[in-house]
Structure formats: structure tokens, C-alpha cells
Design a protein around this ligand. Structure first.
Ligand code: ADP
Length: 463
């Protein structure tokens, strides 16, 4: 009877632990302490009431079966239903946050987990309702489905680190085996020897686990470096090769004297072409070097480089520098600065911040169509300056929006519209904006209608 009632504790835990597992798997982080308490509180009534008659009303000795309390059953099935709905809601709510390359794994895990929970709780409910407990055991087929999905995920996507799990299991198993000898041994000398072996094997086991963890970390770092290397080679071969071959071709024509008899105007055009391409080369190299400099998790400015900078002046300067580019595209090009921010400053590294506005403004012009419009708008929102850069350009396709700040990423329509670009500008920009306390960059965009980038920077405290 006691064993029977304990059954509910483990079965109830299946609901809470399944939700916990799904949460950690989908969001790749642990649940907060308060959510852990909440899950425990949901589990608590089952723990407390298991030994009482609110769990089992009694035992029908004639038919040899337990008489279950309806209260307990309702609570138990509600937990199951909540876990099923909770995991599904978690998937829907977090969908946009889940990395695209990880979505297939998440879908497979959720299908497996939901199939298991639905079969488990549904068949358990039917068996209670019909008083036929043999049906309940079919619910265990759900477990089989889940294990099949899990095995597929492990083999196909290597989602769990089997090497680490296996090492930990081996170490724990040997420690438990050695420890269990204490129940059988009789002499003190044996106790001392077993104790010594236990301490030694725990220590060696711990060292092995650490070295496996280190090896896994190093492997991940190597994989990351290899990915960067291939992206780098890709960008070098596409972006650097073109200007270099144009410069080489033009220079060789000049060297061979092909232009000796050409009019001066044509010669000047040639030299200007070489100059323009070499500037592009310098830009690309600068982007690559800057991206390498900023490519760390928590990039911060060097304290000595931080000073108070007037933001409206900085943005006005960059806006002015790009006027000829905007005019060449016949853009309706304007800047609006709200009077209450004219004297406001930002604590920043000026050369880095210049890069931010140069990149976003330059993109707005680059990805605009001829005769379109482009506006820079500076305003204030509580303790922050909000800078809006709006264009009426090609826009960003919906399915590529979440990759925009990734290193080397260029949307398909941008590659078609403008062959030149490294896809490093926004990666650099985001790192710099986020190096300011509370700094943030985001955007709204509709394909063929236009894009607005928002940059939020903290206002420096007035001295
Ligand atoms: P690049 O412009 O060199 O390609 P960025 O990192 O500056 O690299 O931008 C990354 C991508 O973001 C661009 O290739 C383009 O797809 C998209 N993008 C950025 N700004 C705009 C904009 N104003 N309008 C449309 N697409 C944009």
C-alpha cells in the first residue's frame, strides 16, 4: 500500500521535471530560483498528501485494488495537463529567440516529450476512470517514443555530450560500488583500505571528469575557430579579390603604356578608379581588424579613451560628410535634432562611436533607391538619447532579420542590390553600442518600403 501511494510522488514529478528539462533545453539556461520554488510548491500537495487518506481512501481487498481519492486524481491530472500546455507555450513564446540552426532539435524534443506526456497522463486517466489498471502500462510506450527521439537527437545532432555523461556515470558507478562495500566488510583494516580506495578513486574520477570537460571545451573552441576561418576565407576571396584584380588590371594598362595616347580626362578617370578601389580595400581591412578587436563576449572601452562627447555635434558631422553620397543618389536627406538634446553628452570612446553612426548612415544611403528619402532624428527618452535613422530603401527580408547582427551576414536582397559589403559593419556597431551602459540597437523594416534603425545611448551626468 505504501509503495502504491509513493507511485504518485514519482508520477507527479514527471510533470514538473519534464517542464524543467524542456525549459533548460529550449532556452539553454537554468530556470530562476523563484520558478524552482514554484515548481516545488506545485509538487508539494502531492508530497504532503501522499501518506494521507486524501491519496488512497482505502483498499478493496475483494478486488485487490486501491480506492483512489478523486481530489488527488484531479490534482495529479491537472499537473500533467499544465506540463503539456506549458511545454507547448514555452516553444511558441520562445520561438523567435531560438537560434535557427537549433530549431529542428527543439521541435524533435518537444514532439517526443509531448507524445510521452500525453500518452502517459491520458492512459493513466482512462485506466483510473475505467478501473482497469492494465491500460496504464501502455502509457509507458510514450517513454519509448521519447527515448527514440532522444536517441535520434543524440546520434544525429550530438545534442548531449555523451562522452561527458558516460564518464560521469562511470565515475559515479565506481564510487557507489566501492562505497557500498562498507555494508559488507567486517574488519577495521578492510574499512581503512576501502575508505582509502574510495577517497583515491573519487579524486582520480574527479580529475578524469575535469580533463574530459577541458577536452570538450577545447574541441568547441577549435570548431568555432574553424568556422571563423572559413567565413574569413569566404569574405577575403569574394570582397578582396575584386578590388585587387581591378587595381592590378588598371595599373598594368598604365604600365604597358596603353593609355599613353588617351585624353587626360580618361587617364584621370583611370587613376580615380584605382584610388577608389584601394580605398575600398582599406575599408574592408579596417572592418576585419575592428571585428577581430571587438570579438569578445564583454567588450569594454579602455577607461583612458572614454570622454564626454556631444552627440548631436558628432552625428551632424557624420551627416555632413555623407551629403555628397546622398546627393549622388538624389535622396531627400535631412537631419532633425530635438532642441532638448543639443547640449547633451555621452560618455564614450569617440572614434568607436563615430564608427557606429558612419556605418548605420552609410547603410541607409547604400541600401536606398535613387530619389528615395533618408532621415536622421535625435530625441530624448528619460536618461537616454534615441537616434532614429530611417530610409525608404530595399528593407530587410523577414526570414533574415534575426541574423542581421551576425558577423559576415548579408541579406540576399542586399547582395543583389550592392555587391560590395563585408557584413561586418552591424556586428561591430552592436558591440560598440552595447559597450555603453544600457546601450541598445534595434530596427524595424519592411521589404521594399524601408528600414529604421534605433540607437539608444545613455546621457552623461552633467558635472
Ligand atoms: P554590409 O553593409 O557591409 O553588407 P553591415 O554589417 O553593415 O554589412 O550590414 C549587414 C546587412 O544588414 C547588410 O548586408 C544588409 O543585408 C542589412 N542592412 C543593414 N542596413 C540596412 C538598411 N538600411 N536597409 C536594408 N538592409 C540593411
Amino acid at each position: 500500500m505504501t509503495a502504491w501511494s509513493m507511485f504518485w510522488i514519482t508520477n507527479g514529478m514527471i510533470a514538473t521535471l519534464s517542464f524543467y528539462f524542456a525549459y533548460v533545453f529550449i532556452l539553454k539556461k537554468d530556470i530562476t530560483f523563484s520558478t524552482k520554488i514554484l515548481l516545488f510548491l506545485i509538487q508539494l500537495p502531492i508530497l504532503l498528501l501522499t501518506p494521507t487518506t486524501l491519496n488512497l481512501l482505502g483498499f478493496d481487498l475483494i478486488n485487490c485494488e486501491a480506492i483512489e481519492s478523486p481530489f488527488f486524481l484531479y490534482y495529479y491530472y491537472t499537473m500533467g495537463a499544465l506540463a503539456i500546455i506549458g511545454i507547448l507555450s514555452l516553444l511558441i513564446i520562445s520561438w523567435r529567440k531560438i537560434d535557427k540552426s537549433f530549431r529542428k532539435e527543439v521541435i524533435l524534443l518537444v514532439i517526443g516529450l509531448e507524445a510521452f506526456l500525453i500518452l502517459f497522463y491520458f492512459l493513466s486517466g482512462i485506466s483510473s476512470y475505467l478501473d482497469n489498471y492494465s491500460i496504464e502500462f501502455y502509457g509507458l510506450f510514450g517513454k519509448l517514443i521519447f527515448i527514440v527521439f532522444l536517441a535520434y537527437l543524440i546520434v544525429k545532432f550530438e545534442v548531449f555530450n555523451i562522452k561527458l555523461l558516460a564518464t560521469q556515470a562511470l565515475v559515479w558507478a565506481s564510487v557507489i560500488l566501492i562505497g557500498s562495500q562498507f555494508f559488507f566488510i567486517q574488519t577495521n583494516i578492510n574499512r581503512i583500505l576501502t575508505g582509502f580506495t574510495l577517497v583515491l578513486s573519487s579524486f582520480v574520477g574527479w580529475m578524469i571528469i575535469l580533463s574530459v570537460k577541458k577536452e570538450i571545451r577545447q574541441r568547441k573552441e577549435i570548431e568555432h575557430l574553424l568556422k571563423i576561418k572559413s567565413e574569413f576565407i569566404d569574405i577575403v576571396s569574394h570582397q578582396l579579390r575584386t578590388p585587387v584584380s581591378v587595381i592590378k588590371g588598371m595599373a598594368s594598362m598604365l604600365k604597358e603604356g596603353d593609355l599613353d595616347n588617351a585624353p587626360k580626362e580618361q587617364k584621370d578617370q583611370f587613376v580615380a578608379g584605382i584610388y577608389e578601389k584601394s580605398e575600398k580595400l582599406a575599408d574592408i581591412l579596417n572592418d576585419i581588424l575592428k571585428a577581430a578587436e571587438l570579438d569578445m563576449d564583454n567588450f569594454a572601452f579602455t577607461p583612458a579613451s572614454i570622454k564626454s562627447v556631444n552627440l548631436s555635434q558628432l552625428v551632424k558631422g557624420i551627416f555632413g560628410d555623407l551629403t555628397s553620397l546622398a546627393q549622388a543618389k538624389k535622396l531627400n536627406y535631412q537631419i532633425k535634432i530635438s532642441p532638448d538634446i543639443i547640449n547633451l553628452n555621452v560618455m564614450t570612446d569617440e572614434s568607436f562611436l563615430k564608427h557606429v553612426f558612419q556605418n548605420v548612415t552609410d547603410n541607409a544611403i547604400k541600401y536606398s533607391k535613387e530619389g528615395g528619402s533618408m532621415t536622421v532624428d535625435l530625441g530624448k527618452e528619460r536618461d537616454f538619447i534615441i537616434c532614429k535613422i530611417t530610409d525608404s530603401g530595399i528593407g530587410i527580408p523577414e526570414d533574415q532579420k534575426d541574423r542581421l547582427f551576425e558577423k559576415f551576414f548579408r541579406a540576399k536582397n542586399a547582395v543583389d542590390a550592392h555587391a560590395y559589403g563585408t557584413g561586418l559593419g552591424l556586428f561591430i556597431t552592436k558591440k560598440i553600442v552595447e559597450a555603453h551602459p544600457g546601450g541598445k540597437i534595434w530596427f524595424d523594416s519592411v521589404v521594399n518600403k524601408g528600414t529604421t534603425f534605433y540607437i539608444k545611448l545613455p546621457i552623461a551626468k552633467q558635472a
